[in-house]
Design a protein around this ligand. Structure first.
Ligand SMILES: [Zn+2]
Length: 541
């Protein structure tokens, strides 16, 4: 069987078909500054998707990296008075270090200025587009925003300024190579409209279709070496020109897999994979949904299957951007508040497809209300009562009562709700489903009052009811832990450790979330509160 057509996970113990590949990427950020919370959002969203699909048993490959050939990087290095190579190496290292800080599970990290596979790969891509007759030289004059690395038409500017940066574009006049984008207008429209290239959410798909309907113009894909400050990938056969940074950067999604050498990874995760997913911010849709697929059509390379577009993070209501100066440092946030507090905020409080505002106060409030009160307290109370009343062992439940019905239904349906959310690439909706269950469990504790039952335990029926209630609560927590694994992996691990359950191995979802997996007699592990309350910023202890 072809690895690319295996539709479902084989049952445990059966002869296993090769697992289905699933490829996902973040956009690669510029490295003119250290990472800010906007990229942290994208990295954590992509990580949640990668972990979720690993849990389903898919053979996931998750790529991230850094976009190092931009003129912005050169300008940042000049402003600092250091060589460009030094600045990009230092900042690329900070991006790579997000792996530990944000608990990311990427499999590969590509650097576009130094990775030989990248330079060789984009050179092959250029040659393929050239062989297709899609590259030609022409003199050109246009308004260029270095912040965007993009030429703007005069009617796209807002009061003469870049709509993204608010800065004035510079007039550039030179002879460059152009890519025949116009040739692909109809084909691109059809591919996107029919969802052969799926753009999520629908509103972004509509935006791209409207842009294509407006007419696609050929775009410049090289710069003079002089204007590029001698930084970037040389155009094959024309050393006086370097590739436009977007031509080179977009190529990373395949060059990392060894497109240059037709390598095994390229075959498995690009040519044969039924899922090739790019996760990007809304500001770079045109590059990913128009330029990039057209370049691939030209080169005879399959397109991505899905482009997932997230909104921007604002901070205290203000747009962040390295150039605007109010960046929020994910390293600082994690050292003050913890990895899962930040992951939770980014994944739940910033709605997956929309813009969202970040404030420290909202981070602390979400942590205290949802993680500490609804999850941490429920775990402490449940395991505490099992310690007190059943010597720290999971009791054997009796038959459920009518009042238990709603909780059991919610728990039994959680996996389906998480799966539905993730089929729309919406971790925020998946976490809504988890917290709906936790809210119901907290209400259930108040309704059934296990501490009151404990006072009548000499009656065997009451004793059995107490056992049943505590089993239900512990089982809800076990299922919650499994559901949280892709989103809050350390929290899931901690919940699992308390309940004697491992959480980290792949291929266990959704089976692990089926009701009744917690075995009576399991010994609970002792531990403190998972989420000690945080003080609001400005509070004096
Ligand atoms: Zn701009």
């Amino acid at each position: 069987m072809n690895a690319g057509t295996v539709g479902s996970v084989s049952p445990a113990g059966a002869a296993r078909a090769p697992e289905r590949p699933w490829y996902v990427t973040t956009a690669i950020p510029y490295v003119n500054a250290r990472p800010h919370i906007g990229f942290a959002l994208e990295a954590v969203l992509t990580d949640a998707m990668a972990r979720y699909h690993r849990r389903r048993g898919l053979d996931v490959r998750f790529l991230t990296g850094t976009d190092e050939n931009s003129l912005k990087n050169v300008q940042a290095a000049e402003a600092e008075g250091v060589p460009t190579a030094e600045l990009v190496a230092r900042n690329a290292l900070a991006f790579r270090e997000l792996r530990g800080t944000l608990d990311l599970s990427f499999d590969d990290f590509i650097r576009t200025s130094v990775d030989e596979r990248h330079v060789a790969g984009v050179s092959r891509l250029w040659a393929a587009c050239d062989a297709a007759g899609d590259l030609y030289r022409q003199s050109y004059e246009g308004l260029y925003c270095v912040g965007c690395e993009l030429f703007y038409a005069p009617d796209e500017l807002v009061g003469g300024a870049c709509p993204e940066h608010g800065s004035l574009p510079e007039l550039v006049r030179e002879e460059n190579y152009f890519f025949r984008l116009s040739r692909y207008q109809d084909r691109l429209y059809e591919l996107i409209e029919s969802d052969q290239l799926r753009i999520v959410p629908q509103s972004r798909k509509n935006e791209v279709l409207a842009f294509i309907r407006g007419g696609l113009k050929d775009f410049s894909v090289s710069r003079s070496r002089e204007r590029a400050h001698d930084w970037g990938v040389a155009v094959p056969g024309d050393p006086g020109q370097v590739m436009y940074v977007w031509f080179d950067a977009l190529g990373n999604y395949i060059t990392a897999l060894d497109y240059a050498g037709d390598g095994d990874l390229y075959r498995r995760y690009w040519l044969e994979s039924p899922d090739r997913v790019h996760v990007i911010g809304k500001g770079i849709i045109r590059f990913h949904a128009v330029y990039w697929p057209a370049m691939l059509l030209s080169a005879g390379v399959p397109l991505p299957t899905t482009i997932v577009v997230h909104g921007y993070v604002t901070v205290d209501g203000q747009k962040i951007g390295k150039s605007l100066g109010n960046a929020v440092d994910p390293f600082e946030l994690v050292s003050s508040y913890g990895t899962d507090a930040l992951r939770y905020y980014l994944l739940r409080e910033i709605r997956s497809a929309q813009d969202g505002d970040f404030t420290l106060e909202r981070l602390v409030r979400a942590h205290n209300a949802h993680l500490a009160d609804q999850l941490g307290n429920l775990l402490s109370r449940t395991t505490g009562m099992m310690e007190r009343y059943f010597d720290g062992l999971v009791p054997t439940p009796g038959a459920p009562a009518d009042v238990d019905g709603q909780l059991l239904d919610l728990a039994g349906g959680l996996a389906a709700r998480v799966d539905a959310a993730m089929s729309e690439y919406a971790p925020s909706a998946a976490l809504d489903a988890v917290w709906a269950l936790l809210e119901a469990a907290n209400k259930y504790v108040v309704t059934v009052e296990p501490w009151a039952l404990a006072k009548g335990r000499e009656d065997a029926a009451v004793e059995e009811r107490l056992a049943t209630v505590l089993y239900h609560l512990a089982e809800v927590l076990r299922i919650t832990g499994h559901a949280l694994q892709p989103f809050l992996p350390a929290t899931a691990r901690a919940v699992g450790e308390r309940l004697g359950e491992t959480m980290d191995d792949g291929g266990r979802w959704p089976a692990a979330a089926a009701w009744g997996g917690l075995r009576p007699g399991t010994r609970l592990a002792k531990g403190g509160h998972l989420f000690p309350k945080l003080d609001l910023p400005g509070d004096v202890p």
